[in-house]
Design a protein around this ligand. Structure first.
Ligand SMILES: Nc1nc2c(ncn2[C@@H]2O[C@H](COP(=O)(O)OP(=O)(O)OP(=O)(O)O)[C@@H](O)[C@H]2O)c(=O)[nH]1
Ligand SMILES: [Mg+2]
Length: 305
């Protein structure tokens, strides 16, 4: 996970400190940094960090370095690493959520979680992980298979639910997902569930009909939280997905999946920096327990450890 970015940063730290070594006797000037600017930018962009994020990191670093006096090489390298770590932490901290799923049950019962996103990002798998997580904590959870569109979607969720021991409310293929959700919620209210998690069909944000369809589901479900699933591997496109879903449906929080498959790290960092939404969890594998709460520390450790 994140090897490419980690290597790029390590190289950058030693490159900057080596380049600054000859000017030991005086303070670092803007001119010294300007000479290095393109090189640092290039190494970050090469590790798939979005251009504007890379610029933000370097601008911060420049501000910190200008006026500093350089000490021994190792000391300089440590200083640079420290400053990198601070700016990365600041960027990553923005994604930390001020909401948590469990608190939703305090204001509504059942608490309704709507999960949405484009095709194949990991919605159904993440729902199984979430359902298991909440059920393990002692909550009564029901999952709704409102993907009545893709062949096999109902069966896929049914297998997950059987594996984790959580009940499923299924719909018929081709039926209106809004109607499935309506019936499911009626059932859940009667039965006394704490959480209802709604799985929806994958849809491209450019598909007007399918975006209208999910608007209808939202109207019927009145979810307590609308979670957008984003695939860490999609990089910049994930930011566009977040903007479009937010504009059309409203996004309360994000879960970023497939971090384990992100050999680079740059795309994940760029998504976290770019989406301007709280990130609840990270998907870090295909097993049910491969879901970790998002924190700046977690990502920072993966990038800089
Ligand atoms: N490595 C890895 N794979 C994941 C993760 N989350 C989901 N996947 C895999 O991604 C693939 C698609 O997952 P689904 O859960 O079916 O995705 P979906 O968004 O429901 O797909 P549609 O319903 O077709 O839109 C599956 O092979 C999952 O095992 C993750 O965190 N890490
Ligand atoms: Mg699915």
């Amino acid at each position: 996970m994140f090897g490419k970015l980690k290597n790029a940063l390590e190289k950058t730290f030693s490159k900057i400190s080596q380049s600054l070594e000859p000017i030991k006797s005086r303070e670092i000037t803007k001119k010294d940094i300007d000479k290095l600017y393109d090189e640092i930018l290039f190494s970050l962009v090469e590790a798939d960090v979005a251009y504007d994020v890379a610029e933000k990191i370097i601008d911060h670093l420049s501000k910190k370095l200008i006026g500093q006096k350089i000490g021994r090489l190792e000391k300089t390298e440590r200083f640079i690493k420290n400053e990198f770590s601070k700016i990365l932490y600041e960027i990553l901290k923005n994604g930390e959520p001020d909401i948590d799923l469990e608190s939703l049950t305090k204001k509504s019962k059942p608490a309704k979680i709507l999960v949405m996103g484009v095709n194949g990002v990991g919605k159904t798998t993440t729902i199984a992980k979430l359902a298991k997580h909440l059920s393990d904590k002692g909550y009564k959870v029901m999952v709704v298979a409102a993907d009545t569109f893709r062949a096999g979607a109902q069966e896929q969720l049914k297998i997950h639910c059987k594996n984790i021991g959580v009940p499923i409310f299924q719909g018929k293929y081709g039926s209106d997902p809004g109607a499935v959700v309506h019936d499911a919620l009626k059932h859940a209210e009667k039965t006394g569930y704490d959480f209802v998690i709604i799985d929806t069909a994958g849809r491209q944000h450019t598909d007007i009909d399918l975006m209208n369809e999910i608007k209808k589901v939202v109207k019927v479900a009145r979810p307590d939280i609308k979670i957008l699933i984003l695939d860490a591997l999609t990089g910049n496109d994930a930011i566009i997905q977040a903007e479009e879903f937010n504009k059309n449906i409203g996004v309360d929080a994000v879960i970023l999946t497939k971090l384990d498959a992100d050999a680079s790290g740059g795309p994940a960092l760029s998504i976290i920096a770019g989406i301007q939404k709280p990130i609840l969890y990270l998907g870090v594998g295909q097993r049910y327990d491969d879901l970790v709460p998002y924190s700046a520390e977690y990502i920072l450790n993966k990038i800089l450890s």
